[in-house]
Design a protein around this ligand. Structure first.
Ligand code: NAP
Length: 296
């Protein structure tokens, strides 16, 4: 299978790249600012002509569209940039896919929904996202659905795993790094997540591709826990001093936008692919077993 990953230098794109290559696919990827040490293609998805030209030149069977401005606070501060990359950029990628009639896989987020006591399923229609980031990602989802391309929309939440040196950190690594230095870390008690263990995300995506699935899937942890509870579990598994963790309310942080607790029901992915999204304990234990290695 010939696959192109936009945003292959990013956390999600990179992990997909490594896994899909290991399964004998012909995988190429794009980078933007991070000129990493592997053979990729420079692309700015806000440039319509460049985007269409690259997609038509590479002519993949599938485009995995992972490139985005994924920094929630930056999206809030620079709405124009968020719109350019997450909405117009997605539209440009879609136009390229339409030229070659490829399938498109769009990486999305729990933030397309608004706060609710229920766990959203794939049949729920997202509306009223609170963050500008969520709003732009929802616009992207709508463009994918309107495009009439064969598509998958994969919603994730707070992905975590070991990272490469040039990639942004995540909640688990922040806890490991800070507590290892014997420093205090403030963690929020009023923001709940269903975090995505990246190795499960990539195997589930591979199964979806292999079996030619289309539609919307939630690829998240079956558990829903606060950032503070998550940090406690991380400290426990990595044998770090949990007394260094300081519980706080998110109002005490100067965030550009308050995060909402949004729970995604992820039963469908196991029913359709057999891949079980691991809970946080199992994910952390697996990370510990694998151990850190930065070969990137
Ligand atoms: N991280 C999360 O918490 C989270 C949660 C839910 C969903 N998601 C979604 O998952 C996907 C991947 O996120 P991630 O965590 O892997 O983000 P990331 O590490 O920040 O990677 C973003 C990727 O997008 C590329 N990119 C940014 N602006 C671009 C532009 N103008 N043109 C082309 N490429 C551009 C970046 O390239 P360079 O690095 O080379 O500049 C990078 O490869 C995104 O669609 C995001 O919305 C992420």
């Amino acid at each position: 299978m010939k696959i192109l990953i936009t945003g292959g230098s990013g956390v999600i794109g990179w992990n997909l790249l490594e896994f899909l290559k290991s399964k004998d696919n012909d995988v190429s990827f794009t980078f933007n600012k991070n000129k990493i040490n592997h053979k990729g293609n420079f692309l700015d998805i806000t440039n319509e002509e460049e985007t269409i030209n690259l997609i038509t030149k590479l002519n993949p069977d599938i485009v995995i569209h992972s490139a985005a401005l994924a920094n929630v606070d930056l999206c809030e501060r620079d709405k124009n940039l968020a719109n350019q990359i997450n909405v117009n950029g997605t539209h440009n990628v879609i136009k390229g896919c339409q030229k070659i009639d490829s399938k498109i896989i769009y990486i999305s987020t729990s933030f397309v929904f608004s706060k609710s006591d229920k766990a959203y399923t794939e049949t729920d229609i997202p509306s009223n996202p609170k963050t500008y980031y969520g709003l732009t990602k929802l616009e992207g989802e709508k463009l994918i659905l309107e495009s009439e391309l064969k598509s998958l929309i994969l919603r994730i939440d707070q992905p975590y795993f070991w990272k490469k040196s040039w990639q942004h950190t995540n909640s688990v690594l922040r806890v490991i790094e800070t507590l290892s230095k014997k420093q205090n870390l403030k963690e929020i008690t009023d923001w709940f997540n269903a975090p995505t263990y990246i190795p499960d995300f990539v195997s589930a995506t591979y199964e979806l591709i292999k079996n030619n699935h289309t539609g919307i899937f939630h690829l998240t942890d079956p558990n829903f826990l606060s950032r503070f509870e998550w940090a406690l579990k991380t400290a426990d598994v990595f044998d770090l001093d949990s007394k260094l963790l300081i519980p706080i309310n998110s109002d005490q942080l100067n965030l550009d936008v308050k995060r909402e607790s949004i729970n995604l029901n992820s039963k469908k992915i196991q029913e359709k692919t057999g891949v079980k999204m691991r809970g946080i304990n199992e994910g952390l234990l697996d990370m510990q077993k694998i151990g850190f290695s930065d070969s990137g």
